[in-house]
Design a protein around this ligand. Structure first.
Ligand code: FAD
Ligand code: MLT
Ligand code: ZN
Length: 491
């Protein structure tokens, strides 16, 4: 037996000695760690290891590196692209960051919070709010996704139009390298031009370049008021026109602008009938929305955050909606009167991925296109897909304020969803991504690449960019120990 082989044989015991028996899981039901959120794949881990601090993470990485065993970092396992579960060989260590969940410090003068990677996003939001501050990152998975996962995927969500992606919220990182060294870059500096910015390399690297163990993040004063409106619009062109007006009227107060196609909303009505979804075919609350019995083709949720007062925010919203109705880009609208109503309106938008999952396995697209070109993109791609597969159901919704659509595809009514996926995912992706490329768009706006989009990345990214990415991967992780086969192929 070679030295490496014997280290591999003894790896579970070594890991137990490093983090404690209770935190190395090898038996029992490991579904939560081994199956991805979308139920696309199920892997099998050599062990699930749950270190409790940065030094333990470093020791685990060192032990795995010595044994030549690869690791898959995992936070909340809510990723959309099969990037956070082990492969099915039973030879990879699943490195869960969930026990690194402390908020280390809040610096209210510097407007920063330093937090460990395994902290759940909602926990951080609530802790900041208690101190009178806003941590603006917000997504429907916030009750279970973690800050480390958000950084590793450069998550977007529903506040990007004002605050940017997770990358824009991060001022510093602590990372365990593929060699098991600790890089501490938690400076909280807004200006630091001392060479290459490593922070930006690790953000969005999906666990392939280093293990994020902590971060220093921006926080903001809490706005005096956050108002939510929900509008029915006659077309996607009208939604884009409304976005333009919202920018003009609300300026930096515009903190959310989400679009939802009627079919996406009909899935929420079907699977969550307890929710009151306005402006649908069967909703009495929208007398002007469209001809009787018809739903508006799209609805929009928009948010105005104001630092003056609720009255000021409401007046601004009213002027915006009046102007939009005059121009014909809004058919009807409601403005939430209470926080509970606002939450209910947002909940409709956030329920779409869950409703779609209940409807059955589906093809997801997370695309970026210049906002101005989105209506033409959708018209063209809808037509191509209907021509290719008559009856195919398009679940179109997303972060229109950022030019990011979830242009998803559900099997025709009554079709077997599993068979649909096996037969149609390839051809449908090819159709959609070919149009995305012609529109100079991106095949992944916010979910990342993982293993699901790896082949497509190789096809749609420029060879120069791919060459540079491979060189970076090789420099930082020469033995391909960190999340191999994600983002880039293994070779
Ligand atoms: P995981 O799923 O555990 O991991 C994701 C990737 O990051 C993997 O490649 C993993 O290896 C890596 N990783 C995790 N932690 C670390 C770490 N500490 N160091 C290095 N690498 C690490 N995403 C959006 O961008 N916008 C949305 O609006 C959005 N909405 C969602 C709604 C729902 C209902 C669901 C289920 C998901 C949604 N997502 C969204 C996707 C997902 O929540 C995000 O990608 C999130 O950032 C993943 O965080 P996580 O902790 O679950 O990461
Ligand atoms: C969303 O915006 O709801 C998410 O990115 C999740 C999804 O697209 O399913
Ligand atoms: Zn999204």
């Amino acid at each position: 037996m070679t030295g490496k082989e014997s280290l591999r044989t003894n790896l579970r015991a070594t890991l137990r000695a490093l983090v404690g028996d209770a935190h190395v899981l090898t038996e029992g039901d490991l579904t939560a760690y081994e199956q991805d959120w979308r139920k696309r794949e199920r892997g099998r881990a050599l062990a699930v290891v749950r270190p409790g601090n940065t030094e333990e993470v470093a020791a685990v990485v060192k032990a795995c590196a010595a044994a030549g065993v690869s690791l898959v970092p995992q936070g909340g396992n809510t990723g959309m692209v099969v990037g956070s579960i082990p492969d099915d060989t039973g030879t990879q260590v699943l490195l869960s960051l969930q026990r690194l969940n402390r908020i280390r410090s809040v610096d209210t003068a510097n407007l920063t919070v330093t937090v460990e990677a395994g902290c759940v996003l909602q926990t951080l939001q609530e802790a900041c709010e208690k101190e009178g501050f806003l941590f603006p990152l917000s997504l429907a998975a916030e009750g279970s996704c973690t800050i480390g996962g958000n950084l590793a995927t450069n998550a977007g969500g529903t506040q990007v139009v004002r605050y940017g992606n997770t990358r824009e919220l991060c001022l510093g990182l602590e990372v365990v390298t593929a060699q098991g060294e600790i890089w501490s870059g938690l400076t909280g500096l807004r200006k630091d031009n001392t060479g290459y910015d490593l922070r930006h390399l690790f953000i969005g690297s999906e666990g392939t370049l280093g293990v994020i163990t902590a971060a220093t993040l921006r926080i903001y004063p809490l706005p005096a008021a956050q108002l939510t409106a929900y509008a029915a619009v006659p077309s996607l062109d009208a939604a884009v026109a409304l976005l333009g007006l919202a920018h003009q009227h609300l300026n930096s107060g515009l903190t959310g602008f989400e679009v939802m196609g009627d079919f996406a909303l009909s899935l929420v009505r079907k699977h969550f009938p307890q929710q009151n979804v306005p402006f649908g075919a069967d909703t009495a609350s929208a007398p002007h929305a469209a001809a009787e019995g018809e739903a508006a083709p799209y609805c929009v949720v928009l948010e105005n955050s104001d630092h003056e007062s609720e009255d000021h925010a409401r007046a601004q919203f009213e002027r915006l909606l009046e102007a939009a109705m005059e121009q014909g880009c809004v058919l009807d609208a409601v403005v939430a009167q209470t926080q509970a109503q606002a939450r209910a309106l947002w909940h409709i938008r956030e329920s779409i991925p869950l409703a779609q999952a209940q409807e059955g396995l589906n093809i997801k697209h997370d695309i970026s296109i210049a906002v101005s070109r989105i209506p033409a993109f959708v018209t063209e791609t809808d037509a191509l897909l209907q021509q290719y597969l008559p009856g195919v159901r398009l679940v179109n919704y997303g972060h229109l304020g950022d030019g990011n659509l979830h242009y998803n595809v559900q099997a025709p009514e009554g079709a077997d969803a599993e068979a649909f996926l096996v037969e149609q995912e390839g051809p449908i992706n090819t159709i959609v991504y070919e149009v995305v490329e012609r529109y100079n768009g991106s095949i992944s706006a916010e979910h990342g690449i993982g293993s699901l989009k790896r082949e497509k990345l190789a096809k749609h990214k420029s060879p120069v960019a791919l060459g540079a990415m491979r060189a970076i991967k090789h420099a930082l992780d020469p033995h391909n120990l960190l999340n191999p086969g994600r983002v880039l192929s293994k070779e």
